[in-house]
Design a protein around this ligand. Sequence first.
Ligand code: 5AD
Ligand code: SF4
Ligand code: FES
Length: 345
Amino acid sequence: FKIKQLVDQAFTKNNLTKAEITALLKTELKDLAYLIEKADQKRAAICGNQVHLRAIIEFSSYCKQNCYYCGLRKDNKEIKRYQLKKEEIVKTAQMASELGYQTVVLQSGEDEYPAQTIAEIIREIKAKTKMAITLSLGERDFAAYKLWREAGADRYLLKHEIADRSLYQKYHPKMSYENRIESLEYLKLIGYQIGSGVIIGLPGQTPEILAEDLLLCQDLELDMIGSGPFIPHQATPLKASKQGTVAMTLKFTALSRLLLPLAHIPATTALGTIDVEGRQKALQAGANVVMPNVTDGKYREQYQIYPDKICVNEEAGDCRQCIGGIISSLGREVSQTKGHSLRKD
Ligand code: 5AD
Ligand code: SF4
Ligand code: FES
């Protein structure tokens, strides 16, 4: 394969075979600049200069799952867990709205936070602010997805993490790949804008598997697609594994833009953690979204999905300012709209 030719093909018809995507994921450093440049050009054509901010509230670090890579896994007894009350969550959301955010993301581990309480939180945030609401709560029963949609939630993030069935099973004991995909399909069916994505660099992951991830994301007609590098956490079974790379994360980000041109694509905190310029690089490789933390500073250290997470010693206002600076330094602008899906289904 000629890499430049493939990039041009992706740029003009956003439609490639698995072998072609695989070849692009194997792009060597000398050709990487061209892939990134074309993804940036596509981003500019579709999104212009506007960057959407999504304020994340990490409201509970309890999790009943045992994902092999994650510091919040149930078997990690070394961390102190916390769970915010309904009033605290609503107050944090109001503060995010006052900071100018147009979207709030309610995120937690797979906690058993009562579905009815979540519905009340959604209704209160909708009554008190004009923000769009994204949920990122893992897998729950389908009735809960419906309840929350009816309460007014707009979007749902549920990363499929890795498209290879046997690796999915290995890294997610007692979870089901089928249920995860069916959840995404059901969420879309009942009117959510849906987001999925992957961890880059899990042991055993190959470019072929990442190509399948991208094809799956196309099949799911995602509104949002995210990818962050794997960062080994010492209290997990993958503690001795190698970290994901900046280069592969940028390739995946660029290909996400070329293959799903209308998707919202975040420059992830994980990429900003392994490279001080990581988010800037992603914003110049196809990304058009940043997701700053608005959780009260005293909880941040306890939400350690991976080690050395950035922004642990900051407060919401600090991160809002920092991100504003990053965006203007790139000649981009913070969007004043909600940044709903660009897809017209
Ligand atoms: N490194 C990078 N990302 C991780 N996630 C979980 N553990 C890690 C890790 N060690 C991501 C997953 C998950 C979200 C909670 O964080 O993609 O969806
Ligand atoms: Fe829990 Fe999500 Fe971490 Fe898995 S990735 S252990 S579901 S918080
Ligand atoms: Fe939190 Fe930069 S985004 S300090």
